[in-house]
Design a protein around this ligand. Sequence first.
Ligand SMILES: [Zn+2]
Length: 83
Amino acid sequence: MNPDEYLVEAQTNNQCFEWTGEMIKDPDGIIRPYEEFEDVHYNACRVLWFIATKKDPGEFEVLHTCGNECCMNIRHMYLGKGD
Ligand SMILES: [Zn+2]
């Protein structure tokens, strides 16, 4: 699915649905979903957040109420500071 399709899915589905694209292990050891654009990898959750809210998460991290880093349901995402 592409980011727009995840947003449509979230309108009717409150379950977790996981990123089906590339996953990379971050320096902190957590597997996160990534989207590649012109040879640069972007955290797919941040990309989705930006598309959904039109706001760059900036210094904040996109966190999940469900605790699933690979979840792409925008309704499970919120901005905060990681621990
Ligand atoms: Zn979730």
